[in-house]
Design a binder for this molecule. Structure first.
Ligand code: RIB
Length: 322
């Protein structure tokens, strides 16, 4: 179905601090440990895709901006090491993006992002990048993955250009910000988590009924398919013909950072291999579950075989038709 993937978005250096609990306003806490790691929702999705597709011929490209600082050089290098093409990364005068991440004892997190170079991904850059990509690859067979950690006007311009070229558009609306109304009908699959779904639809999805209501609102807005990611509950898939719920796989959660990014990458990878919507949902659930068993955004992102092992180990976790 897809022969290449272009992820357009953010690239960050994450500053991870383990804390006994997420601090209250005005509270000073002693952290348990500190680490620096590669992150950014866009870069995470690209790395996850490349790991999942390593054995096949698909190609993963990342487009974004980094500073000319050491963080930028290292972040670029990390993508290359993971098998991601960096030819659509540009330099910015700004510092490379960074994120401060607090993770508590039960693996919940809180993230503050300072965009830096990500904020310099302007509309002209976004349109030119998609056009240059389309000269290189047949976009009709491309899956374009977007998130909202670069300026929203640039994401909107990039989606319009990508859709004109005939590609498939997957939007992870994270972090949630208002989106131009006309844009929703250009999106093939939107993948909010529960709070993002609530922000766009007014419905907090936590049961089949509420998830159906939220999905219907997205459908009325114009989106073709909706996935709602609900962490430890599982995830839902809705389109015009099919409705599925897949419960979460059982794993020992250490750090949930980037689980949503891995979910998106895995769903795209599975669809790219022509898996059905329900099999892709199960595959994405499993990949996201594995990703939370290690610390940091990218350390536990699985390859294809590791996901297959979990699918085989927990055969009773299967999607149910609604
Ligand atoms: O989705 C997780 C990511 O969000 C982190 O890697 C951090 O960089 C923020 O962008």
């Amino acid at each position: 179905m897809f022969d290449s993937f272009l992820v357009v978005g953010s690239i960050n250096i994450d500053y991870n601090v383990r804390v006994p609990h997420l601090p209250n306003p005005g509270e000073t806490l002693t952290g348990k440990s500190f680490s620096r790691a590669f992150g950014g929702k866009g870069a995470n999705q690209a790395v996850s895709l490349a790991r999942l597709l390593r054995e096949s011929k698909e190609k993963v490209f990342f487009a974004g901006k980094v500073g000319t600082d050491d963080d930028g050089k290292n972040a670029r290098e990390n993508l290359k090491i993971n098998g991601v093409s960096t030819q659509f990364i540009s330099n910015s005068e700004n510092h490379t993006g960074m994120a401060l991440i607090e993770i508590d004892d039960v693996a919940n997190n809180r993230i503050v992002v300072v965009p830096g170079a990500n904020g310099d991904c302007d509309e002209n850059w976004a349109v030119a990048t998609i056009q240059n990509y389309c000269k290189l690859k047949p976009s009709i067979k491309t899956c374009f993955l977007f998130q909202l950690e670069i300026p929203i006007a640039s994401v909107e311009a990039a989606i319009r250009t990508a859709k004109d070229s005939g590609g498939t558009i997957i939007l992870d609306p994270a972090p949630a910000v208002p989106i131009e109304k006309k844009l929703w009908s250009l999106i093939d699959v939107v993948t909010p988590n529960q709070s993002e779904a609530q922000l766009y639809t007014g419905v907090f999805p936590k049961t089949n009924d509420s998830a159906q209501k939220a999905a219907l609102k997205f459908a009325h807005m114009g989106t073709q398919a909706v996935i709602i990611k609900a962490g430890a509950i599982g995830s839902w898939y809705f389109d015009e013909k099919e409705q599925w719920f897949c419960p979460a796989f059982t794993v020992k959660a250490l750090d949930t950072t980037a689980a949503g990014d891995v979910f998106n990458a895995a769903f795209a990878a599975a669809r790219g291999k022509d898996m059905s919507a329900s099999d892709s949902l199960r595959f994405a659930n499993a990949a996201a579950a594995i990703s939370i068993t290690g610390e940091g955004a990218q350390s536990a992102m699985p390859g294809y075989d590791t996901v297959k092992e979990l699918l085989q180990a927990q055969p009773k976790i299967v999607p149910r038709q609604l």
